[in-house]
Design a protein around this ligand. Structure first.
Ligand SMILES: Cc1ncc(C[n+]2csc(CCOP(=O)(O)OP(=O)(O)O)c2C)c(N)n1
Ligand SMILES: [Mg+2]
Length: 318
């Protein structure tokens, strides 16, 4: 409802101290919403949000309401990082200092917005880009993106006689951004909110382009009950399907730290918890398991060859 006095859009329901308000229209159990709340709470009020078209935009900014307690711009997919670069430059020109944060989904990041993101990183803008990864184009009805994992059902990677779900693996977006020389790249999960907030705070303390990828389960797309989002997110990390790490570029040297080692969960358990993998045969599951194992060995070997530095996990222990 429009505020009678100011004629400006009013917020949804401001509850407590959170800058991210309740009353948005996301599905029950939406992982993305948990991610957004923690990102904003860690960033604080001196923040400008640049939001790509996606579930995050559709559900939080229905005129005349908003779930954002900070200045907010919605932009087309392909322009997100370019607009953020412009906001940062305009603030600089005005002598103002604020956190400029992009929020975009995997489709908007891995696929449609990658060119602008690459340019923003390469030009060295002081912007934090957060991609919440629900592993599909959720808002338009669950199509595959280049973040969709191998074997997963989506409406454009169906499970039938000709194919058994998605035929490609996830694009290594964190490594691609790190290869640009960005000073800080991290992956996080909604199942570890303190780790996510610490990574956002650390990123914002570093000048230059930063990138954080947040694994964010989507109950309708991944096909599990809406009360299982955190459990599914946790399983992904504990079986090694999603690796939590930081990649820092310090004096031209890339340093990789694993924030949490996998352990305690089997890949099969993670896959069987989700309807999007229900068509897989035991042999398919064994194949996915060996891919995950191989990828994990590569992560581990890179981290062992990295130079010493203080990671978020070490900061939290201290
Ligand atoms: C250039 C462009 N292509 C396609 C669309 C249609 N579209 C709107 S939302 C959406 C899905 C976005 O997927 P993702 O970025 O992963 O965010 P999610 O919906 O999963 O939150 C698409 C394809 C669009 N609005 N603009
Ligand atoms: Mg998505």
């Amino acid at each position: 409802m429009a505020d009678e006095k100011s004629e400006l859009p009013t917020a949804n329901n401001k509850t407590g101290d959170s800058l991210f308000y309740s009353g948005h229209t996301a599905c029950a159990g939406c992982g993305m919403m948990i991610a957004l709340r923690h990102v904003l709470n860690a960033a604080g009020s001196n923040t400008v949000i640049v939001n790509a078209t996606s579930c995050s935009e559709i559900t939080t900014s229905k005129y005349p309401r908003t779930a954002w307690g900070v200045p907010y711009i919605h932009v087309a997919f392909e322009c997100t990082a370019a607009v953020a670069a412009g906001v940062e430059a305009a603030l600089k020109k005005q002598g103002k200092d604020a956190n400029v944060i992009c929020i975009a989904g995997d489709g908007g990041t891995y696929d449609i917005g990658l060119q602008a993101l690459s340019g923003m990183i390469e030009r060295g803008h002081n912007v934090l880009y957060v991609c919440y990864d629900n592993e599909c184009y959720a808002n338009t009805g669950i199509q595959r993106s280049s973040a969709t994992p191998y074997g997963a059902w989506t409406t454009t990677s169906p499970a039938g006689v000709a194919m058994a779900g998605n035929r490609t693996g996830k694009k290594p977006i964190a490594q691609i951004i790190a290869a640009h020389g960005a000073p800080y790249v991290a992956t996080a999960s909604v199942a570890w909110p303190a780790d996510l907030e610490a990574k956002v705070k650390k990123a914002l303390s570093i000048k230059g382009p930063k990138f954080i990828l947040v694994h964010s389960p989507c109950p309708p797309a991944w096909k599990f009950d809406s009360n299982k989002s955190i459990e599914v997110a946790r399983m992904a990390v504990e079986c090694g399907a999603f690796v939590l790490c930081e990649i820092e570029n310090v004096d031209g040297e890339q340093r990789l730290t694993i924030s949490r080692e996998p352990g305690g969960r089997m890949v099969a358990e993670y896959l069987k918890a989700q309807g999007r993998f229900s068509h897989l045969k035991e042999s398919d599951i064994a194949g996915i398991e060996s891919r995950i194992k191989r990828d994990w060995e590569a992560w581990k070997s890179k981290s062992e060859h990295s130079g010493p530095h203080v990671s978020v996990a070490q900061q939290q222990k201290a």
